[in-house]
Design a protein around this ligand. Structure first.
Ligand code: HSE
Length: 404
């Protein structure tokens, strides 16, 4: 029998307890032994919940309980999660975490501690919730030279943008609806400003490069400036707008950005709607692969955590390498990235048309409703050249990148 402790009895932590209960038989068969939750750490009380019997408020009680083999960390945030997780690993206990902030900022360091103490640090649930992507990238796709990982990695923003697209609604009213339905937090900044997706792509890119990608170096633009009109123009080109965490390699150098992007109908991520997540991977021998499913939510996320627990139970004190080192990976200069843009400027006239063609060359050009300015789709141009080029033709209203 393996004994586990759960740190944090919120949505995911209680989901882990529920999955272990509901699928106890299958889990025991796959792990080779029964898995029992013997302690739960949370500052709150849960009167009436059976967890109350095994609830502790002081992490030291878990440290001192020698029967515990595996620790599940579902607290969120970097501190004190980092201190608790590193202490557990130093005790030779494997840790399974759903905490993307912790993994993005301390992943390689925690893997090193795990290796030194012959145990494991697993974090399948930290990206894409219930979608398997961490283990596929680090074990199933290791024969490939992966040159692109791009994803819709945030369910909240995907829900908002899907509604805006389908209902022609504006950002503020859609956010309010998402909050009412429980799909967006009261303080939604981490999601709508793109910070959550940024941490997740940093984790994926770290696994692909084998080094540590500092999420603070990834340019991150949220969805708060996207308007109902932007969707109208996107539709004109048969596209939608989605928050894309985009990373790709050119000449052995990875570039990365998180930004709302025009996703053409033929791109596999175009069909990823509502709260769902999708991760597109391209490898030189694999070609295209898509991972799709529920990127958030109690049971889907807990499913990934419990799968990690089963793996940890099976491996015991054998360290499984993810090939992720602490060495820093410098992502490429975002200003030299070439991509297409959907540009909207305030001016419109035959003269402006000519100027646009002169400055941008070949463009797919529309004059939308009179008085709304000009909108045009550029050929690939350098990100760093865009402001200057736009300034030559008019006053910028918006420039949305295209995911090609
Ligand atoms: N807030 C996150 C999302 C939760 O909306 O995707 C899962 O990490």
């Amino acid at each position: 029998m393996k004994h586990i402790a759960i740190l944090g009895y919120g949505t995911i932590g209680s989901g882990v307890a529920a999955v272990l209960r509901v699928n106890a038989k299958q889990i025991a068969a796959r792990a080779g032994e029964e898995i029992v939750v013997s302690k739960v750490l949370d500052l709150r009380e849960f009167p009436g919940d059976p967890v109350q019997e095994i609830l502790v408020h002081d992490y030291q009680e878990i440290v001192a309980d020698e029967s515990i083999d595996i620790v599940v960390e579902t607290m969120g945030g970097v501190h004190p999660a980092f201190e608790f997780v590193s202490q557990a690993l130093s005790q030779g206990r494997s840790v399974c975490s759903s905490n993307k902030e912790l993994v993005a900022s301390k992943g390689a360091e925690l893997l090193k501690i795990a290796k030194e103490h012959n145990c494991n640090f697993f974090f399948e649930a930290s990206v894409g919730g219930g979608i398997p992507i961490i283990r596929p990238l680090s074990t199933c796709l290791t024969a490939d030279d992966i040159d692109e990982v791009s994803g819709i990695l945030n369910g909240t923003t995907n829900f908002i943008l899907t509604k805006m697209d389908q209902e022609g609604a504006d950002y503020a009213e859609t956010l309010k609806e998402a909050q009412k339905l429980g799909y967006a937090e009261l303080h939604p900044e981490a999601d709508v400003e793109g910070f959550d997706a940024c941490r997740k792509i940093a984790i994926l890119l770290s696994l692909v490069t084998g080094k540590t990608v500092n999420y603070e170096q990834i340019p991150t633009i949220g969805i708060t400036e996207i308007t109902a009109e932007d969707f109208q123009y996107a539709k004109f080109f048969g596209a939608s707008i989605k928050l894309i965490a985009n990373s790709f390699k050119v000449d052995d150098q990875f570039y990365a950005i998180v930004a709302p992007m025009l996703v053409p109908a033929e791109h596999p991520l175009h069909a990823v709607n509502d709260v769902f997540n999708g991760i597109f991977v391209h490898g030189n021998v694999l070609d295209n692969a898509m991972f799709y499913g529920r990127g958030a939510g109690k049971l889907p996320t807990a499913s990934a955590v419990v799968a990690d627990v089963i793996e940890a139970a099976k491996l015991g004190h054998q360290y499984a390498s993810y090939g992720w080192s602490e060495e820093a990976y410098e992502i490429g200069n975002p200003l030299i990235v070439r991509r297409r843009f959907l540009v909207r400027i305030a001016e419109e006239s035959a003269e402006i048309d000519e100027k646009i063609k002169e400055v941008f060359g070949k463009v797919m050009h529309i004059h939308y409703l009179k008085g709304e300015g000009s909108v045009f789709l550029t050929e690939p141009i350098c990100e760093g050249d865009l402001p200057d080029m736009v300034a030559q033709v008019g006053t910028l209203i918006s420039a949305i990148r295209v995911l090609d």
